[in-house]
Write a protein that binds this ligand. Structure first.
Ligand code: F6P
Length: 367
């Protein structure tokens, strides 16, 4: 489809919210309206709105004054894969799934949407990839505090989450030092350690545990003992929710059966805090940062990134380059096929220069 054939685009936001989503919506819609004269429609609550026909026009005033606002003005959902959509429960309470992709496509046709800009993480891109064979024309924008999307060096929302988590770790540092305690702080990130690694380095956390490096409790306790002998009677441990011991499992908080990614991690901080207190006989506390890391206004870097991503997404639509994800590689904007990021996660590589630097300044990774 050539640029001048585009008249209307849809925008949807899927998966967990994060700072900067509204900044992307604004950049996509303003570029679409001001540069190309297209009409914009907001699809509510991710693919759920496309399935349930909850689609509304977006005017320039709807997308004005939202650059700094956290969350998403369109709402979101992480339980609405049209290919595997929960339509109720059987007699045993198990969800019944249906493929409702055709219904979703009917609604896209009903509103004459020539393309949809899909703002989300790997789960949302997997949903989008499932609709491409049925004719969906989409452009993806990489969103997640986890920073775990393949082929992009950074996702928007990540930098703000790092700032938030770093601020929390800094504050906890003062309590740990004053009370001579161990404080185990649990950060989000699912199976990727990016958020914990960056916030841990930025805050000078003594121990950093990430899912990519299984830890040994003995090694961590030895490290704390050495600190105590060196007159550091406190320790700050920044721990990914997905961290696990050598030969052990991640701690699962709950399973959400109708979510494309049903496992919700959580609880590792309490487990470690008890184990460390018992072994080291030092008063310890566990702190779970949780959804605080996803909230609030985006930092300046995320506002800039979101604006670049949103503009680039609209320009891909204009050039008729569909079914691609806008990405940042080596500081520059480019794009990759959405199918290449679906059902994949980008993890911290064990030869990362970040790990080397952190180890060099004395950080314990539990290995
Ligand atoms: O993917 C973003 C994220 O915040 C993860 O870091 C975390 O594991 C998960 O979402 C939590 O999901 P929910 O909002 O469903 O609790």
């Amino acid at each position: 489809m050539a640029a001048n054939d585009i008249k209307r685009i849809g925008i949807l936001t899927g998966g967990g919210d994060c700072p900067g989503i509204n900044a992307v919506i604004r950049a996509v819609a303003k570029t679409a309206m001001f540069e190309h004269g297209w009409e914009c429609f907001g699809i509510e609550d991710a693919f759920l709105g496309l399935i349930e026909d909850r689609i509304r026009p977006l005017t320039r005033w709807d997308v004005s004054n939202i650059l700094t606002r956290g969350g998403t003005i369109l709402g979101t959902s992480n339980k609405s894969d049209p290919k595997r959509f929960s339509v109720g429960k059987d007699n045993h309470g198990n969800p019944i799934f249906q493929d409702v992709r055709e219904r979703a496509m009917e609604n896209a046709r009903k509103y004459k949407l020539d393309a949809i800009v899909v703002i989300g993480g790997d789960g949302t891109m997997t949903c989008a990839a499932g609709l491409i064979p049925l004719g969906l024309k989409c452009i993806g924008v990489p969103k997640t505090i986890d920073n775990d999307l393949m082929h992009t060096h950074v996702t928007f929302g990540f930098q703000t989450a790092v700032e938030t988590a770093t601020d929390a770790l800094d504050r906890l540092h003062t309590t740990a030092a004053s009370h001579h305690r161990i404080i185990v702080v649990e950060l989000m990130g699912r199976n990727a350690g990016w958020l914990t690694l960056h916030a841990g380095i930025a805050s000078g956390s003594d121990v950093i545990l990430i899912p990519e490096i299984p830890y040994s409790l003995d090694r961590i306790c030895d490290f704390c003992r050495e600190r105590m002998q060196g007159r550091k009677a406190f320790t700050i441990a920044a721990v990914s929710e997905g961290a696990k011991p050598v030969g052990g499992e991640q701690v699962v908080d709950r399973t959400i059966v109708d979510s494309p990614d049903p496992i919700r991690l959580g609880g590792i901080a309490q487990v470690l805090q008890r184990q460390m207190e018992e072994r080291l006989a030092i008063e310890s506390r566990a702190v779970v940062l949780g959804h605080v890391q996803r909230g609030g206004t985006p930092c300046a870097a995320d506002r800039v990134l979101a604006t670049r991503f949103g503009h680039a997404a609209a320009e891909l639509v204009a050039r008729g380059e569909f079914n691609r994800l806008v990405v940042i590689q080596n500081g520059g904007l480019t794009s990759v096929p959405i199918e290449e990021v679906a059902e994949q996660q980008r993890l911290v590589s064990l030869d990362s220069e970040l790990l080397t630097a952190a180890r060099a300044v004395g950080t314990c990774f539990g290995d």
